[in-house]
Design a protein around this ligand. Structure first.
Ligand code: KE4
Length: 437
């Protein structure tokens, strides 16, 4: 797949890949990193700074996946680095309560007034898994509604036609998930309010929760149609189900208060991750106190975690959210303007080469679909020309631009991306498209 020039340019990465394949299935610790859907072998990262990744062979890349969302302030952002270093000197973990947990929690609540109480965990998967358990306990119901193309981590009940990873692997659901568990999950088309109404009608009194990505990032970027989110909120209320907004990806990205601020949503529970940890492992689930106080040690719902509220992760999250909040008036407009120039500029170069792309973007996250579009749900996204996306990805990587290695992932802009990176990326796209036609 890779041209000889590419291979020689990445000899160390290729050797590291071979070594990793003797340690990890597919040589990776998360499937999408294996590049299976775009072809070629992945570069191995040595270090990163600002908007750039540097691989084991010394190649430099403009980074458009940012650790899949967390690195909104850029890599090795000095205040975050210093905060982690200071915390590490006091020991990496205590397994006991610290003031830092409340410091970060209060920052989160300042961004999300919808969150009355919360609990820290160590991943987005833990956050959504715990939120589902809480919703089932609060309603004494078993069924949940999720949406095709939305990915909420790899808990059994949510690996039912998930988007990220699973969609890339072309496996609806996953081996190893008992059908008894999967059958409790209704996987409906996104942006189709009638499907949700029909589900509630078909399962009266049985549905504990609706969970969704308010803006889908795991089928590529798909935006909610006008009124859709508010319609889901109303249906959940009408039928006594909880409305869970999975903001692991959109949280603190679309606005300081994420999609909830952007779309003025008032969910019962909200899950967060990625940016909230500044690149360290943090997940959050939180919401109305009437639900959160069902959690042990107060209530009957058990949930726990050895490294929940880890002091280094708290320090990184505090430094990240503090900077985002204190400089929001500059950061979010810059993110939006930079992303707009980037996505529109690349799409314009495609048109010059006779290639039709559909661009779905909101703020600093978006996707170039190799499709005539429109892309409003997973079924439409799945019709994209993934082979063409793979060729584009490889051509851009050879030109020093590292896009997310899947048509079904969102690309992210960070605060350190600017005119220089946009101009270089558009030029790389211009010569890449020329190789595709
Ligand atoms: P983690 O368990 O990976 O921390 O979070 C799961 C999760 C939950 N909810 C949403 C909306 C998410 O996007 C994710 C994880 N996102 C993927 C990227 N599409 C993580 C990348 C990967 O799986 O390697």
């Amino acid at each position: 797949m890779s041209s000889p020039a590419t291979t020689s340019k990445r000899a160390h990465s290729l050797a590291l890949q071979k070594r990793a394949e003797s340690c990890f299935p597919g040589g990776v610790n998360s499937p999408v990193r294996a590049f299976n859907s775009v072809g070629g072998k992945p570069p191995f990262v040595d270090h990163a700074e600002g908007a750039y990744l540097f691989d084991a062979d010394g190649n430099r890349y403009i980074d458009y996946f940012g650790s899949w969302g967390p690195m909104i302030l850029g890599h090795a952002f000095p205040p975050v680095v210093e905060a982690i270093q200071e915390a590490a000197a006091k020991s990496a973990s205590f397994g006991a309560s610290t003031a830092a947990e409340s410091d970060l929690a209060e920052l989160i609540k300042a961004c999300y007034p919808q969150i009355e109480k919360l609990r820290f965990v160590s991943s987005g998967t833990e956050a959504t898994m715990s939120a589902i358990r809480l919703a089932r306990a609060a309603t004494n119901r078993k069924r949940i509604i999720k949406f095709e193309g939305c990915y909420h981590g790899h808990a059994d009940s949510l690996l039912v036609k998930a988007g990220s990873g699973i969609a890339t692997l072309g496996i609806p659901g996953s081996a190893g998930v008992p059908e008894e568990i999967a059958s409790l999950t209704l996987a409906l088309p996104y942006n189709d309010i009638a499907a949700v109404e029909a589900a509630f009608k078909a399962h009266p009194g049985e549905i504990a929760a609706i969970i969704l990505e308010p803006v889908v990032g795991n089928a590529g970027c798909i935006l909610p149609m006008d009124g859709y989110l508010q319609g889901l909120r109303a249906l959940a209320t009408q039928h006594g189900a909880l409305f869970i907004a999975d903001e692991v990806m959109t949280g603190f990205r679309l606005a300081p208060g994420g999609a909830c601020e952007y779309f003025q949503l008032d969910p019962d529970l909200i899950t967060l991750g990625k940016i909230v940890g500044g690149g360290l492992p943090v997940g959050v689930f939180g919401g109305k106190v009437q639900f959160m106080d069902l959690l042990a040690p107060l209530g009957p719902v058990y949930q726990a975690g050895t490294l929940s509220g880890n002091p280094l992760a708290m320090a990184a999250g505090i430094a990240t959210l503090s900077h985002l909040r204190n400089h929001a008036d500059a950061i979010y407009p810059h993110l939006d303007a930079t992303a707009g120039a980037l996505f529109d500029g690349v799409a314009a170069e495609a048109r010059k080469s006779g290639i039709t792309l559909t661009v779905n973007r909101i703020g600093s996250m978006g996707t170039w679909f190799f499709s005539s579009g429109p892309i409003t749900n997973y079924e439409e996204a799945a019709k994209s020309d993934t082979a063409a996306f793979g060729r584009f990805h490889r051509a851009m990587l050879d030109r020093g631009v590292w896009l997310p290695p899947s048509q079904f992932e969102a690309a992210f802009i960070g605060a350190t991306h600017g005119e220089t990176e946009v101009t270089a990326t558009i030029e790389a796209a211009r010569t890449s498209f020329a190789t595709l036609v």
